[in-house]
Design a protein around this ligand. Sequence first.
Ligand SMILES: [Zn+2]
Length: 292
Amino acid sequence: MRREILKMLLMSVLLFCVFVNGNTTVLAEEESIGDHLLELWGSKDKKDQPQQREQEIPDPAGGPEYSGRVRQPVSNIILQQKYPNTVVLRGPLTENKVALTFDDGPDPRFTNQVLDVLKEFNVPATFFVLGKRAETYPDIVRRMVKEGHIIGNHTYSHTDLSKAADIETLVREVNQTEDVLVNLIGYRPKLFRAPYGFLYDELVEKLAEMNYTVVGWSADSLDWRELPPEDIAYNVLSNVEPGAIILMHDGGEQEADRTGTIKALRQIIPTLKEQGFEFVTVPDLVNIPYQK
Ligand SMILES: [Zn+2]
């Protein structure tokens, strides 16, 4: 009898082990797909994101069940095909024009240096700023405008909109940024870029309703990986075509270092000029207004 009980116990332990192991495998697969997506879309190094989330993103309105409400982001290419009037990834192939874009500023450590290089080469750019940072460093945003650059909305606190997974978060983050910017630069930007490029259908539809144009990119510098400047320059130069929208970053998290971006610009701008490209802002490239 005792032997029978022991046998049963052993079987239960074995079954439990198989069950746990099975689940672990599924979780590991999901995680690696997630990593792959992050890689594919040129989003930020994951290591800094949870930190940023904790520091800057308000608690979810619906309670703590964050993971249950996560939405899978949809590829920007698919969104562009589905919403051609709202999502732009590039300008026309017929003109030798390109647009430099910078995300995540204003950042007092790097943005002024980026602006210095742009000024030196007399090149306009488009800056997708965070409302919270614009509020903290208004003078840098004023300098952007004064030197002929265009401002776009990049949310207030760099929220991952697919994780937040509700329209209310989008509306709050966008409107809060608009309110900061209208006081600072005198207009409500028409351009929006999603943190990490993470969006899905309903968010794009809401942004269209809010009269925004969603701006993606066609040439990713991958500068957020803090590559050597020549690698950042290569990533851009080897992917640029007429009409390219180039993704770079003038800001970053606490440990971020954008000196590679600044140095790379000194290679990218003269090389493209030599190749006959003209630098324009995103609204000029795609022929839309910059303000609502
Ligand atoms: Zn960003």
